[in-house]
Design a protein around this ligand. Structure first.
Ligand SMILES: Nc1ncnc2c1ncn2[C@@H]1O[C@H](COP(=O)(O)OP(=O)(O)OP(=O)(O)O)[C@@H](O)[C@H]1O
Ligand SMILES: [Zn+2]
Length: 839
């Protein structure tokens, strides 16, 4: 692939002027064809792979397309070729390595290059004719605009906003992309997407001393002037003690924190600001948290870690991905930091993938300490301008900007130039897989492809490897490095299983807690130590039910029962967000006896309040961390022991690093074990081992209590023994027997329609067609666990394919079958997509 790409490029370099040049372009559309346009002789010198051009597609639509191949072969067929309308870039905005990666994604995950292009580029780099344009309210006119640009701005100002067609009309041009691009670059206009993201830089109010109060004498004067204003004087004194007179001096404080900690009202602060003693400053946060200085707290590796580091470097030499299987709290992150240091010293870039960027504030702090502004986050939630800026910094490998990019899966699409290391942290996490929309890629697997393209080492790190990766080790495709000792030689936590059934029978349950968990918690709290409780369900109760007739309220848009959220005193659909009030009577028999069933984090929090009235309890789940910074604040409070018990969903299992957690409780392991999926044991093990790993990380050994009503379940025993290998061997046997990954390749085909009968028809047509070729490798169609979401009925067809070399052929066959079914009469409203290696 790589070779042909470069060859074509070379051909175009040597082409003689009399030969016609053609450009194959990628359009941001879900179409599988390739699109070829004529290059007018005038444009030829400017043509390069990786630049954007404007092309017409369909009757009236214009797109910014990306040139991905230049050549001299006229396309076959008898149709009129269109010409490229305009050239948008002088230099490529996408590099060769990316295009190779994109082609791999499109082929492997059965989607179009256009879909990859759409996912990869920040939206400001993809003008589409549907985009709405308006004036940037922050733009200050300078003399730099020409007549046309000024006229357009005035029009937009008057009209509020306009789409690209209206702008074309206004300018009397077939395409106004070139003009818009200039205005975008000058920050004079904004695109609709930005507005939707409520384009406001994230800011916080910081309080600092006013300019008038900068010398010790001036501070003294200010304090004296406040003698009669006691509150103001207190506030200023507090401020000084927490900033310039603090043992770690700072210049400013968060306004919110200042008011809270000084315990004064906003009016007092305002008085000091009015007196020009303090001042308020709006500071942008997020990506621009620059000016961290580095190298403050670099740790030395201990002997075991040092040895592991050497082994890793050795393993990289085999040019295979390396799996680091290291127990929780063994210091994997510290080892990564050392590796990164060395790569940076060689002047190369590092990609550090994490499963969820929102949950990594502790990691970011550690990296910032080590690398200062050379480490930064790339987040798909950043606004466009920020993302574009990062894009170009990385494309041009600007040394004064990010060299270490920490990002969730979308960071694999950045235009790296000189990748020297790719780290995939917690490689087993399923959030590496993109679920919707296409491309439905797994960032871990794409990272491995990137490693090949860039000839860069790839390190997969985890305490609980995915079966896929571990199997690749067995096949010698990956190298394995193991680290079996916790930092400071602390023992792995002691894990016990508590039998819910027995405790219930003997009436010993304390609300949701078995006696053993209750006693351990009590002891920990008495010793001023902390507790983490894990329950993988948010809300108060997973569902409510009529005690008389068994009726369960369901979502009106989806085929699922509604979850009861007490704090909102209502029922919520976790699929579509639909809410309704808790019914007073049963919808069937009108009985008033409605009861909640099961328990979620909210209920646990409430019950704990009764069991441990002295303890400070916090809940960490999707509902409590929606607000900006709420996650960080909770982490901060837990770190500072303002919280004794932290109850949470999966969020508490991921990489948290606290020093004083003595006890971890898993409230209901049954839910994990009984989940209907072939991976449920693998996942149960990962989740339980990970959350257990939060206990006893510093100082003293931790204790874990797993509550279950299947106390002798073999997976629980494997968690207790930390025996990954046994679990792996046992499960792999079944995977082989029932033809599951990693032995077989799964492709899930999702068929959707708003009409149930049409869905049935379409799904059967597709399955029949597929059976002709794939025979008994086709399963279904069947309704998944939730057969209707947001009023879309859906069915699934599963392909279990042998791992063979003809995979690409098979995929082509598959895509053809999908296209064929879609184009059958009456199948207009049918949506079909493929999900390769679904999770
Ligand atoms: N060499 C070292 N010097 C000082 N502190 C260390 C060292 N190695 C590890 N630590 C500390 O020990 C704790 C655990 O290390 P770290 O978080 O890197 O482990 P991990 O293997 O990444 O854990 P997990 O897989 O559970 O996330 C951290 O607080 C870390 O700062
Ligand atoms: Zn719903």
């Amino acid at each position: 692939m790589k070779e042909s790409f470069f060859r074509t490029n070379k051909n175009s370099d040597v082409c003689i002027m009399s030969v016609q040049m053609f450009a194959d372009v990628i359009l941001p559309l879900p179409l599988h064809d390739k699109f070829t346009y004529l290059v007018a002789p005038g444009f030829e010198p400017n043509m390069k792979v990786g630049i954007r051009v404007v092309v017409q597609f369909g009757a009236r639509k214009f797109f910014s397309a990306l040139v991905f191949r230049l050549h001299n072969q006229p396309p076959e067929g008898d149709f009129e070729l269109k010409e490229i309308e305009a050239v948008l870039d002088q230099e490529p905005i996408v590099n060769h390595a990316q295009i190779i990666a994109w082609e791999w994604v499109a082929n492997y995950y059965c989607c179009s290059l256009g879909e990859v292009y759409k996912a990869a580029l920040p939206s400001a780099l993809k003008l589409e004719s549907q985009s709405n344009i308006c004036v940037n309210p922050n733009f200050e006119t300078t003399g730099e605009l020409n007549g046309e640009e000024t006229a357009l701005l005035m029009m937009l100002q008057g009209k509020g906003q306009a789409n690209i067609r209206e702008i074309n009309q206004f300018l009397g041009k077939k395409s106004s992309y070139a003009t818009l691009k200039i205005l975008l670059e000058k920050n004079a206009i904004l695109m609709e997407e930005k507005l939707k993201e409520s384009y406001k830089p994230k800011t916080v109010s910081m309080i600092r001393l006013a300019k008038e109060v900068s010398s010790p004498d001036e501070i003294q004067l200010a304090l004296e002037s406040l003698k009669k204003a006691r509150k103001q004087s207190e506030l200023l004194t507090y401020f000084l003690s927490a900033t310039i007179f603090h043992q770690e001096p700072k210049t400013s404080l968060l306004k919110k924190e200042l008011l809270e900690q000084a315990g004064v009202s906003e009016a007092v602060l305002k008085a000091l600001i009015d007196k020009k003693i303090l001042e308020n400053e709006s500071v942008e946060i997020g990506r621009l948290e620059m000016n961290h200085s580095a190298d403050q707290y670099l740790y030395e590796l201990n002997e075991v870690q040092e040895k592991t580091l050497l082994e890793l470097k050795q393993a990289f030499r085999s040019n295979r991905p390396v799996l680091l299987h290291g127990v929780t709290s063994s210091g994997k992150t510290e080892i990564y930091i050392k590796l990164i240091e060395e790569v940076l010293a060689e002047g190369k870039q590092v990609l550090y993938l994490v499963p969820e960027i929102g949950l990594t504030s502790q990691l970011i702090t550690r990296l910032k300490r080590a690398f200062g502004d050379r480490a930064g986050i790339y987040h798909s939630k950043f606004n466009d301008a920020e993302r574009v800026e990062i894009w170009f910094n990385i494309l041009h490998d600007k040394k004064d900007s990010y060299q270490v990019v920490v990002g969730a899966r979308s960071a694999v699409f950045l235009p790296f130039k000189m990748l020297g290391l790719i780290i995939v942290d917690e490689e087993h996490e399923n959030s590496y897989k993109q679920f919707d929309p296409a491309p439905r890629y797994n960032a871990r697997d794409l990272a491995i492809v990137l490693g090949q393209i860039h000839k860069s080492p790839v390190l997969l790190g985890t305490a609980t490897p995915s079966f896929e990766s571990y199997y690749n080790v067995k096949l010698d495709k990956y190298a394995l490095v193991e680290l079996n000792e916790r930092f400071q030689g602390i023992e792995m936590p002691e894990i016990v299983v508590a039998d819910i059934r027995k405790a219930t029978r003997q009436r010993q349950m304390k609300s949701l807690l078995t006696p053993s968990l209750f006693e351990e918690m009590k002891l920990a709290l008495e010793n001023n130590e902390q507790v983490i409780l894990f329950q993988n369900r948010r809300g108060f109760a997973p569902y409510v039910q009529c005690k008389t007739c068994g009726w369960i309220p369901k979502c009106k848009n989806c085929d699922v029962s509604l979850t009861y959220h007490k704090f909102r005193s209502g029922l919520v659909c976790h699929y579509c967000g639909h809410t309704s009030s808790l019914p007073a009577n049963c919808g069937e028999c009108h009985s008033e006896d409605i009861q909640t069933k099961g328990f979620g984090t909210e209920q646990i929090e409430e019950e704990l309040g009764l069991l441990f009235p002295e303890a400070s309890i916090a809940r960490m789940d999707l509902d409590t961390t929606r607000a900006k910074r709420s996650f960080e604040q909770m982490i901060y409070k837990f770190e500072n022991r303002q919280i004794d018990i932290l109850v949470g969903t999966q969020m508490v299992t991921k990489g948290l690093d606290f020093d004083h957690v003595r006890v971890v409780g898993i409230l209901n392991a049954d839910q994990l074990l009984n989940y209907p999926d072939f991976r449920s044991f693998e996942r149960s093990f990962q989740l339980m081992a990970q959350v257990s790993g939060r206990a006893g990380r510093k100082g003293k050994r931790g204790k874990v209590v797993i509550q279950s009503s299947q106390a002798d379940h073999e997976v629980l025993q494997e968690v207790v023994d930390n025996n990954f290998i046994q679990l792996f061997n046992r499960q792999m046997h079944e995977r082989k027997l029932f033809r599951y990954p990693p032995y077989f390749r799964l492709i899930k085909l999702v068929v959707k329609h708003k009409n149930r009968d049409r869905l049935d028809l379409g799904a059967n047509q597709l399955a029949d067609l597929l059976r002709k070729h794939f025979r008994n490798q086709v399963l279904g169609p069947e309704y998944p666990v939730v057969g209707r979401i947001q009023n879309w009925y859906q069915k699934e067809i599963w392909l279990k394919l042998e791992k063979s070399k003809v995979l690409n052929q098979n995929k082509r066959m598959l895509m053809d079958a999908i296209d064929q079914v879609k184009s059958l009469p009456n199948n207009g409203g049918l949506v079909i997509y493929a999900d390769v290696d679904p999770m």
